[in-house]
Design a protein around this ligand. Structure first.
Ligand code: COA
Length: 128
């Protein structure tokens, strides 16, 4: 870690070809029904991007708008931090891809034989 701290600023400048101060943060949201948690989502914000790390809704509470509401909360926070784009990686042509597409995400690329050797779709939604 000491090495990373010492070299980070120069390495980022060399990598991006402009001066960068890297700042990364994570935000979690939960959907509640009274005391019960019925869904959660986590995003990682860095470099003007908000990446959906995970989103899960209880099986018996799916298809009732909870996932969409969680993504909307993420988009509000991403907007607050001036992110221009949200992204997520899902198995290509999966139910998760259909869910994100219904929530306004578009397929941006397909990474062949990626996670667990599955084809994975990179989905995105522009915010600005
Ligand atoms: C993906 C997941 C979060 C969706 O949550 P949800 O609360 O059921 O989603 P919503 O009810 O808000 O659905 C939003 C839209 O997506 C559609 N949708 C959701 N799940 C779908 C599915 N399995 N197949 C097709 N469409 C689906 C809904 O019909 C709705 O579209 P519409 O309003 O235009 O009719 C939930 O199924 C889940 O937890 N899955 C397991 C974990 C997972 O795969 N996470 C995603 C990758 S990180």
């Amino acid at each position: 870690m000491e090495f990373v701290r010492r070299t980070e600023r120069e390495a980022l400048k060399s990598f991006y070809d402009f001066s960068v101060i890297w700042h990364e943060e994570r935000h979690d949201f939960a959907a509640m029904d009274g005391e019960e948690t019925i869904g959660v989502v986590e995003i990682r914000i860095a470099a003007s991007l908000a990446h959906v790390e995970r989103i899960v809704v209880l099986p018996e509470r799916r298809r009732a708008g909870v996932g969409r509401a969680l993504l909307n909360a993420c988009a509000d926070t991403a907007n607050y931090y001036n992110c221009h784009k949200m992204s997520v990686l899902v198995p290509h042509k999966s139910a998760a891809q259909t869910f994100f597409e219904h929530c306004g995400y578009k397929e941006e690329a397909v990474l062949p034989q990626h996670t667990f050797k599955l084809d994975m779709a990179v989905l995105r939604k522009f915010l600005l």
